[in-house]
Design a protein around this ligand. Structure first.
Ligand code: NAD
Length: 296
């Protein structure tokens, strides 16, 4: 029987745990606050930001979204981030990506104070993760969600061969760094694959744990995995569907129907890593308060 790694269920548990901790903080006089900066009108970003707002509200975290049109002056966004860095009532700052054309994302991310960088994308925080120095400062939410769901389902990581398909700095790379860390939640042997990798199936077939983060619908097919593999599907892809009212449906990077017949465990899409990401963002926001500042 294939174990379905239920991200909805696990993320609900995590969100309840966060909500309890938030209540303790509120009793101590501090209400955690997350500020999201949203530039432009990217449809997917609007949906993600709404679900972040809803999750914050349920957990008792104050959330604020500062919206700008796509033609806003870059300087206005820069000034706002600097203002938020100095605002003691704001514990976490997140700039929703992608930013519209004309913005240099790295330049904007680098402006966020590292102790408020709840996405963990600031080079100081990604450097911490890679160097192993203070490597749990802020870990990006999606990779953190991958490790957390494996942990909650008691799936062993040490000694396993983890193959990660995708090398983005948001998912693939930091996920690999987490699997490499010393200790029970790491100690894996990690192989990275990407769009220039030759003979991808030969490599994916050697995976004990396969992480797909490519944005290519159903890239991973049954002939690319070995029986018993644990599959983590990070992809969120819209494909046309005449059966859906919206005209599209969401699928992952893995051909779920076929691969799940061989896998020992697999995350579904939707309902896998997506909800885990939001739950881990809430955890990071809580951490921004408990570790870095209770000032209000
Ligand atoms: P990205 O576009 O930045 O990176 C994609 C990576 O996949 C690249 O490293 C590229 O080399 C690799 N790739 C592309 N085609 C490939 C191929 N044919 N063979 C092997 N490798 C290939 O994307 P990203 O930001 O890492 O996101 C990846 C996917 O995960 C997207 O579908 C995105 O929507 C989704 N995502 C989901 C969550 C979540 O919360 N579940 C969070 C972030 C991203």
């Amino acid at each position: 029987m294939t174990l379905i790694l239920d991200g909805k269920l696990v993320s609900k548990q995590i969100r309840e745990e966060v909500a309890e901790d938030v209540q303790l903080l509120i009793k101590q006089g501090v209400t955690p606050k997350l500020t999201v900066v949203l530039v432009g009108d990217d449809a997917a970003s609007q949906i993600y930001v709404k679900s972040k707002e809803r999750a914050c509200a349920k957990a008792g975290i104050i959330s604020e979204t500062i919206k700008y049109p796509s033609d806003v002056l870059k300087q206005n966004v820069i000034d706002k981030i600097k203002e938020l860095n100095n605002d003691n009532s704001v514990h976490g700052i997140l700039v929703q990506l992608p930013l519209p054309e004309g913005f240099n994302e790295s330049e904007i991310i680098e402006l966020i104070a590292p102790e408020k960088d709840v996405d963990g994308f600031h080079p100081i925080n990604s450097g911490r993760l890679t160097s192993g120095i203070n490597d749990d400062y802020f870990v990006p939410a999606t990779p953190a969600g991958i490790i957390e769901i494996l942990k909650r389902y008691k799936i062993e990581i040490p000694g396993k061969h983890v193959v990660i398909v995708g090398r983005s700095s948001i998912v693939g790379k930091p996920a690999g760094m987490l699997f490499l860390r010393h200790g029970n939640e790491g100690d894996a042997t990690v192989t990275f694959c990407h769009s220039k990798t030759k003979n991808l199936p030969d490599i994916t077939k050697t995976a004990d744990i396969l992480v797909a983060a490519t944005g290519k619908p159903k890239l991973i097919t049954a002939d690319m995995v070995k029986p018993g593999v644990v599959v983590i599907d990070v992809g969120i892809n819209r494909i046309p569907s005449k059966y859906s009212e919206k005209g599209y449906k969401i699928v992952g990077d893995v051909d779920f129907d076929e691969v799940s017949k061989l896998a020992s465990a697999i995350t579904p899409v939707p309902g896998g890593i997506g909800p885990m990401t939001i739950a881990m963002l809430l955890k990071n926001t809580l951490r921004a308060v408990t570790v870095f500042g209770k000032k209000e």
